[in-house]
Design a protein around this ligand. Structure first.
Ligand code: GLA
Length: 736
């Protein structure tokens, strides 16, 4: 069993062939941390790592002569208030106003496998030998509350998952004011923190900063994980690169408010906290009630960032994504949003679909504008019945016509919203999230429905399920286009208002679960104004997500590069769109637009009928090319090679599991005159294998070790068909 408990030293050691995680029961009964990193022999004790000395101003947690000071001790789930002055992992308020807690070890359980924490999303196992779990029960004798910390170590991934559960057994109610999913104390602060931050249209840009004493944090208080910050951070050493060096990844399997924080204390240790954001959160527990935190997935790599990302890619596409579409090749789609916006009718849609079919595209997605009075974004959200003026034969008729053309049909919905100009709002004005007697801040003319209320979810579910039942629908794009303001539920008691934001997300998960259960074969793509809810929680329900509303090829190199840090390529919705690009006005070659979108769940988002004959031919070639290598693109091992945030140009590649096939891409940013020869080192190949490398129709032969160590020398004049900015190259690499 890869989890052992040593009674003599009171140490827990979780390990697989790559990593070790070691904890101890401290002398005061609390749980201390000792080590997380590269595998260490499980028969060693790591207790020597804790050096207790009487430091000035330390408060000791045991009577003298003990010098155990929590401020100077690495802990697994600490609280503030008993001598540790750093931010704690949780806070419990008693009825008497005290917020002091003291959770002491009671017992533990080690078992094969991993339990579900539904209704929350989480990574899972399919058989018990894939992972081992440890549940440690601690108890606070004053409040009579148990705290169960659960750790799972996977057998084949250098990953550990964690979450916490509070079970209240006391007669007096308690209020959880903070309940993070993870605390990890690291022994030094020599790290750079990477995070994925940005805004609408430039989601998940990679930001880097050196840790300094004090607190550095990213967060969302927007009701969803947000475009501004993604629930992921990594701590890397300064010398760590894509392919070497130490890095820890922390990824939060949740779609709502979050906080990811690293606190460096005055002794230069680092405390990582990750979980639901404590602001706007307050959870009362009566006797017999429990609170379960979402899960955090920690990954350790001593082979650089690529190895960390590859672990997340594999784990999330194999053991987080579920259902019919897990591991399955995703269809090439065409979406009408940028082609028509809301100005369409059945004829126009069918014309686009017919041309798409001729180009080999497999799925037609009808975006916003098909329901209620939805002719513009001021109206209609909430009225999930078809607008027969636009679509006389309904979704039912249109979907059948599309199927007749030989394509699958997909539909856009935005179930969590209502415009005030809608039948739904007129009937149920109290169903939107808003505070009594306060202004209800509109955003895109819409308001959030109160998904913390079951009757609201029931109503929306019925309307949407009806449309799906009546039609032939193979794909749903589930959108969400505003952030939460004036958080208040008209149905919740005053002391339950602090639950609303979390319960809202549980409502979203509930609706997903109902739809997935009834329509297991539908491919769901999540979306929130582009990529504002691109998080692991969503991937549990929808195995792919619209990456960004920004479809400009050059901007997408950055966005997809950043996204790949934590998310599998198969999950990244990526489309070729028209030029000048609708978001930035840039003109990029059609080839580059294809070369970027190939590295994702590929599709088109433009009116194919507005293309020239030559362009249409090129589209056909792109679709055929993508289909030929689709499995490699979507599920191959992905390596980032050139960082567009650093050098303006970008490069990455995918390699098949047996290393006989690879595709590499190079994206030039701005061209300059008289540029030197481009050296391009590949990754992940078999050093001894002989490869044929084909680029721009020319083939050469190399050994894997040449390609990885000496690299390719790219003669720009020869390979680039056109001079100019934003050109790109695709290298097809095959075992010779
Ligand atoms: C959001 C999505 C877009 C599109 C529009 C429709 O912005 O990200 O892809 O679906 O909504 O209103």
């Amino acid at each position: 069993m890869p989890i052992i408990y040593k009674e003599n030293t009171k140490e827990f050691h979780l390990f697989n062939s790559e990593i070790s995680y070691v904890m101890e029961i401290l002398e005061n009964g609390q749980l201390g941390g000792l080590y997380f990193g590269k595998k260490i022999s499980e028969d060693c004790s790591l207790k020597y790592l804790r050096v207790d000395v009487a430091r000035s101003h330390a408060a000791f947690c045991l009577p003298t002569p003990s010098v155990l000071s929590l401020q100077h001790t690495r802990q697994e789930y600490p609280s503030y208030g008993t001598g540790d002055f750093r931010y704690g992992a949780f806070s419990i308020k008693q009825e008497n106003g005290s917020s002091i807690s003291d959770f002491k070890y009671v017992s533990h359980k080690i078992y094969a496998g991993k339990k579900k924490i539904e209704p929350l999303p989480a990574t899972y196992v399919e058989s018990d030998n894939e992972a081992s779990s440890l549940e440690i029960t601690l108890s606070d004798s004053v409040t009579k509350t148990d705290l169960i910390l659960t750790y799972t170590i996977y057998e084949n991934y250098p990953a550990i998952t964690r979450h916490a559960r509070f079970e209240h057994k006391g007669d007096e109610k308690i209020t959880l004011e903070k309940a993070m999913s993870l605390c990890l104390d690291l022994p030094d602060a020599d790290y750079e923190m990477l995070h994925l931050s940005g805004a609408w249209g430039r989601e998940r840009h990679i930001k880097e900063r050196r840790l300094e004493q004090g607190v550095q944090a990213i967060h969302s208080m927007r009701g969803i994980s947000s475009a501004e910050h993604n629930p992921f951070i990594a701590l890397k050493r300064e010398e760590t690169t894509e392919n070497q060096g130490e890095v820890y990844g922390f990824s939060f399997v949740y779609s709502g408010n979050f906080l990811a924080q690293v606190e460096v204390c005055s002794n230069d240790t680092s405390r990582v906290l990750m979980g639901i954001h404590p602001d706007n959160f307050e959870w009362t527990l009566q006797k017999g009630e429990i609170f379960q935190t979402p899960e955090v997935v920690m990954v350790y790599s001593d082979n650089g960032l690529n190895k960390m990302s590859q672990t997340y890619h594999k784990l999330y596409s194999e053991r987080l994504a579920r259902g019919t579409w897990r591991g399955k090749e995703r269809p090439v789609l065409i979406n009408n949003w940028e082609a028509t916006y809301m100005d369409f009718n059945e004829e126009k849609i069918l014309e686009i679909a017919k041309t798409a079919k001729e180009a080999g595209i497999e799925l037609f997605v009808l975006d916003d504008g098909w329901f209620g009075t939805r002719d513009d974004d001021t109206q209609g959200l909430g009225d999930w019945f078809v607008n027969t003026k636009k679509l006389p034969s309904g979704i039912s008729g249109l979907s059948r016509k599309i199927e007749k053309i030989g394509m699958k049909f997909g539909l856009w919905i935005e179930p969590e919203m209502a415009n005030k100009n809608s039948d739904l709002y007129r009937k149920h004005p109290d169903w939107i999230i808003s505070a009594p007697d306060r202004f209800e801040s509109p955003s895109r003319f819409q308001h959030m429905l109160d998904f913390s209320r079951k009757e609201v979810v029931d109503y929306i579910h019925e309307m949407i399920a009806k449309v799906i039942r009546e039609s032939k629908i193979s794909y749903i794009k589930w959108d969400m286009n505003r952030y939460m303001t004036e958080c208040y539920s008209r149905a919740a008691r005053p002391d339950e208002q602090g639950k609303v934001m979390h319960k809202y997300i549980l409502g979203v998960y509930d609706l997903y679960t109902r739809l997935i259960n009834e329509f297991p074969d539908i491919l769901f793509e999540s979306c929130a104004s582009g990529g504002a809810r691109f998080d692991p929680g969503m991937l549990y329900f929808a195995p792919q997500a619209w990456c960004s509303d920004n479809t400009d090829a050059y901007e997408r190199v950055k966005i997809q590069y950043g996204t790949s840090l934590a998310y599998p390529i198969s999950s990244i919705g990526a489309h070729v769109s028209a030029v000048p690009n609708h978001q930035v006005g840039r003109i990029t070659p059609l080839s580059t637009r294809g070369n970027v979108a190939y590295f994702g769940a590929f599709g088109y988002e433009l009116d194919l009928n507005s293309l020239s004959k030559e362009e249409l031919e090129e589209v056909k070639e792109q679709v055929a090319y993508y289909k030929k290598y689709r499995r490699l693109f979507q599920y191959g091992t992905f390596y980032r090679i050139k960082n567009p945030f650093k050098c303006g140009d970008g490069a990455w590649m995918v390699v098949s599991e047996d290393k006989t096939q690879a595709i590499a891409a190079y994206y030039l940013g701005l061209n300059t005159a008289n540029k030197g020869t481009l050296r391009y080192k590949l990754e992940g190949l078999d050093p001894d294998m002989r490869y044929k490398v084909t680029v721009s129709g020319e083939s050469e032969f190399y050994r894997g070790d040449q390609l990885m160590n000496a690299g390719l020398a790219i003669n720009r004049n020869k390979y680039f068909k056109h001079m100019g900015d934003f050109v790109s190259l695709i290298f097809n690499i095959e075992k010779a």
